[in-house]
Design a protein around this ligand. Structure first.
Ligand code: SF4
Ligand code: SF4
Length: 180
């Protein structure tokens, strides 16, 4: 079962990992998570939350503080953040919310919990240099309309860059929730 950040299911004591917030606070980007006092400014200013019924950065931060590690790392909503840094700019406690979310995503990715859509985009980038594989038919249509060919991607360079950040290994792992 996929948990979401806004799951209304009662929390069981066995789910709580009391060390999780301290582990996060030792990671680069997660240092200030303990400062959050749940004012809700991040959620109220978040452009994604405005259009989503489930995405709430404040909730993700609180769940992480509470030690709900599995729920947070398996949450689909974790991947909705657009990394616009509005929350980071507005947080009165200087929590650097966007960075905390990046840390959570990295932890989720390490266990292979990456949504299939990102895995597919990765495959496409590695194959063609483009996040979206452009159909051959469309390329031919460009030619018939006298449009110049699209610039060639450089998948080899992309592969080298991604290898440096262990991204490939992470997205190639099969996650419990996202690797189906
Ligand atoms: S704005 Fe900062 S202090 Fe307020 S809920 Fe978000 S992270 Fe917590
Ligand atoms: S960085 Fe993510 S959580 Fe923060 S405001 Fe932007 S979309 Fe929302």
């Amino acid at each position: 079962m996929t948990e979401t950040a806004t799951s209304k299911e009662p929390i069981k004591a066995s789910e709580i990992d009391p060390k999780f917030k301290y582990e996060l606070s030792k990671m680069h980007g997660g240092e200030k998570i303990l400062r959050c006092f749940q004012c809700g400014t991040c959620t109220s200013d978040c452009p994604v939350a405005r259009y989503s019924d489930t995405y709430r950065p404040r909730t993700l931060i609180r769940m992480a503080q509470l030690g709900l590690k599995e729920r947070v790392l398996n949450s689909d909503t974790l991947w909705l953040c657009a990394a616009c840094f509005t929350c980071t700019d507005r947080c009165p406690q200087d929590v650097e919310v966007a960075s905390v979310i990046r840390v959570l995503r990295n932890l989720a990715a390490e266990r292979g919990c990456v949504p299939q859509v990102f895995k597919d985009q990765t495959s496409s980038i590695l194959e063609s240099g483009y996040a979206y594989k452009i159909p051959e038919l469309r390329m031919k249509k460009r030619e018939t309309q006298g449009l110049p060919p699209l610039p060639k991607g450089n998948p080899e360079n992309v592969r080298k860059a991604l290898k440096g950040v262990k991204f490939l290994e992470a997205t190639e792992k099969k996650g419990e929730q996202h690797g189906q």
